[in-house]
Design a protein around this ligand. Structure first.
Ligand code: COA
Length: 190
């Protein structure tokens, strides 16, 4: 399974420990973390990196670092991860082993603030959906947001995920979105 994913402007490659720089820039920023659990300290990000680099299912489930293809500048991250239900955050014990986790898989993305407003998040989301449906056996992909995260809601809608109302996730009732393999294939058949 090829885990280096290209788009017109971006390279997505599996997150590594030396991506601590971009992870710290994002997760210590109150704006970036506003709808994602709030800021971490730099020490907390460093500690959590060993979880963030975990992968399973042949590497298909995990976090990718997102770079500008031309300059190699790190812009953010994208992820396919098991959605937490009664946990407040990802259960990293599920991101281990050869099989897909026994949970629905959520698409996610974070950009450092200077990279907002350029269409990158939608490019990341679309590429990860293409990967999920072309390279893994997943039959659907979900995403949940905090109710007023309008930027993320917009990204999901542009990427073809459909509003499913609220559901249980992150130990809360949250707006949920989903796209099935069939929907994705019929929308993206060339
Ligand atoms: C959510 C987040 C990733 C969205 O980023 P974003 O830059 O607003 O998202 P997009 O990729 O859709 O880009 C937005 C705008 O870029 C503009 N843009 C500029 N150049 C563009 C291009 N070449 N192609 C497409 N859009 C472009 C567009 O105007 C687009 O807005 P529009 O669709 O209304 O026209 C970002 O706000 C973020 O990192 N937030 C914090 C983390 C977070 O909440 N993650 C989600 C958890 S659920």
């Amino acid at each position: 399974m090829e885990l280096e994913l290209l788009t017109d402007r971006l390279l997505l490659r599996p997150l590594r420990l030396d991506d601590l720089d971009v992870a710290t820039e994002m997760f210590t920023d109150p704006e970036v973390t506003r709808y994602a659990g709030g800021v971490l300290t730099a020490e907390e990000v460093e500690t959590e990196m060993s979880d963030y680099i975990k992968r399973c299912a042949g590497g298909g489930i995990g976090i990718w670092c997102v770079l500008d293809r031309e300059t190699s500048e790190k812009l953010g991250s994208g992820a396919l991860l098991p959605i937490p239900i009664e946990e407040k955050d990802t259960n990293w014990d599920l991101v281990e082993g050869p099989d897909l986790p026994d949970r629905e898989i959520e698409v996610g993305y974070f950009l450092k603030r200077p990279a907002w407003g350029k269409g990158y998040a939608t490019e990341i989301c679309m590429r990860l959906l293409a990967f999920a449906f072309e390279e893994t056996p997943l039959v659907d992909v979900v995403a949940c947001i905090e109710g007023d995260n309008d930027r993320s809601r917009h990204v999901l809608s542009k990427s073809g995920l459909r509003d499913e109302g609220t559901r249980r996730a992150y130990a809360e009732q949250l707006p949920c979105f989903r796209v099935t393999r069939t929907q994705w294939m019929s929308a993206n058949r060339s």
